[in-house]
Design a protein around this ligand. Structure first.
Ligand SMILES: [Zn+2]
Length: 486
């Protein structure tokens, strides 16, 4: 099976060649250094490209320390200070990643975001952060924040251990020219290279990790065509220069052909959408593929076409304004990029009415169904691939010794059915930075049952293993014999 998918950490010279752009390695507080978690009998999907295999996984403190065979297994199981989770063959894999996150989007009316007071908006953003983690996401690359400090404040609160959420790289407001914004209330306006540089310096001073350029229009606006580019070469070059000078990655909303060409020509690191890329730019992009990531964010055009009718936006209308054309063009382009080994990453544009928060893992299904990724390739690009975008391939996105313990225990095999990752009930255990975010008491290794430890446990715990044991005893032993065991 090919491991050369979006992310291909092996084939990426990026971390070396652009090391000054390495985003800050934020640490997360709140994990006890002595904490030990042992997963027994899990199907290990490690994101290296190897087929999954059965084994045990030990987490000590913030990191995974043993994978496959855990040497002191028996001792650890009997150590009451170790939290032991019976995998029963379920899949243990890395937490997922999203390459184009809008934590501050409200899942509805984007225009209303501009008027939402900052206090309510902060709460809303904190709720989305938790929703990402609840959905099995442990890495989020900020794709624009509706108010300039929301992403930054939420990132810092997550890292301080104050609120639950994924590892995240924060963005500021998206920057647009005064004649080319997508949504007025959430835009930082700038015209010309000088004003754009100033906006970037302002965002850098606020503590962002990424800079967002809003270069092309969008079909739904009708008056701002997705095929029109509003930035000039001079402006794009200036933005990349200014952001890189401060060590920040640049990402861009770029559907129009000319906007994609400018991104490649001037070195915009992360290209969102790239719907109408032409052949010449595709060739150019292939030559510098280690310098770019592409995140198509298919959820929005797909959702606008097929899921928006209940919200009053008819499919015929979506086709008329151009979403069918956009989606078809994107699919063709992404398939070609995948074939050429260009890094294509899932995630994106969740938080609109028909791409609600919590449905993020639909992106992996889109990658399989629309782009022809194998489920393994889709999972690798969403785990190791997004870790590569964080430039932390050596410690995030895989189930390997030494990696940060960001992992999910999935009830089922996502390689057989990629859509199970969308079912929160099947995400039985969620761990970030070695800290348990989600688990039910049933997951832990069962205590002894009544009669086996001097009747300290007066009820039989509702664990599958124990029930089986109890049933056997019950059938084989005459009633009353328990008394004699005291
Ligand atoms: Zn977006």
């Amino acid at each position: 099976m090919s491991t050369n998918v979006g992310g291909s950490p092996q084939a990426n010279g990026h971390t070396e060649t652009k090391s000054w752009l390495q985003p800050k390695n934020y640490t997360m507080a709140g994990t006890h250094p002595e904490s030990k978690i042992l997963f027994l009998d899990v199907n290990i999907l490690d994101s290296t490209g190897s087929e999954p295999y059965m084994g045990d996984v030990l987490i000590e403190g913030e990191r995974i320390t043993q994978v496959g065979t855990v040497p002191s297994r028996a001792t650890l199981v009997n150590n009451p200070r170790v939290r032991v989770i019976n995998g029963r063959g379920r899949t243990l894999m890395s937490g997922l990643g999203d390459a184009h996150t809008h934590m501050s989007w409200n899942g509805g009316d984007l225009e209303a975001l501009g008027d939402l007071p900052v206090e309510e908006h902060t709460l809303l953003t904190a709720r989305s952060a938790q929703c990402y983690l609840d959905s099995g996401y442990t890495m989020c690359f900020g794709g624009a924040s509706a108010k300039e400090r929301l992403d930054v404040v939420i990132r810092d609160a997550i890292n301080a251990g104050d609120i639950p959420g994924p590892r995240s790289l924060a963005n500021g407001k998206e920057m647009a020219r005064r004649d080319g914004e997508l949504c007025a209330g959430i835009t930082a306006y700038a015209d010309g290279p000088d004003e754009m540089r100033e906006v970037i310096r302002h965002h850098v001073a606020l503590g962002v990790d990424n800079i967002k350029l809003s270069m092309s229009g969008e079909e739904i606006l009708e008056n701002r065509s997705a095929e029109e580019c509003f930035f000039t070469d001079e402006e794009t070059a200036a933005c990349v220069d200014e952001a890189h000078k401060h060590g920040k990655l640049v990402c861009a909303h770029a559907r129009a052909r000319d906007s994609v060409t400018m991104c490649v020509k001037h070195g915009v690191d992360v290209i969102f959408h790239a719907s109408f890329i032409d052949d010449a730019t595709m060739d150019m992009l292939e030559k510098v593929k280690d310098k770019h990531w592409v995140a198509p964010a298919l959820a929005f055009p797909y959702g606008t076409l097929y899921d928006a009718a209940p919200f009053g936006y008819a499919q015929s209308k979506a086709e008329k304004v151009g979403y069918k054309r956009d989606l078809e063009s994107s699919i063709k382009a992404m398939r070609e990029m995948h074939k050429r080994g260009i890094r294509v990453l899932p995630g994106g544009d969740y938080g609109f009415a028909w791409t609600p928060h919590g449905t993020y893992a639909r992106d992996l299904e889109h990658f399989v169904n629309l782009l022809g990724f194998t489920p393994m390739e889709a999972i690798i690009s969403s785990t190791a691939g997004v870790a590569d975008l964080f430039m932390r391939s050596h410690e995030l996105g895989k189930i390997q010794p030494g990696y940060y313990a960001d992992c999910i225990l999935v009830d089922g095999n996502p390689l057989e059915d990629i859509s199970i990752l969308q079912d929160h009930d099947k995400l039985n255990v969620i761990i970030i930075n070695g800290r348990v975010h989600k688990v039910s008491p049933q997951e832990y290794h069962p205590p002894p049952v009544a009669g086996q430890d001097g009747n300290r446990h007066v009820i039989v715990p509702n664990f599958p293993e124990v029930k089986k044991q109890w049933q056997k005893v019950d059938i084989a032993t005459p009633f009353g014999q328990y008394d004699t065991e005291k």
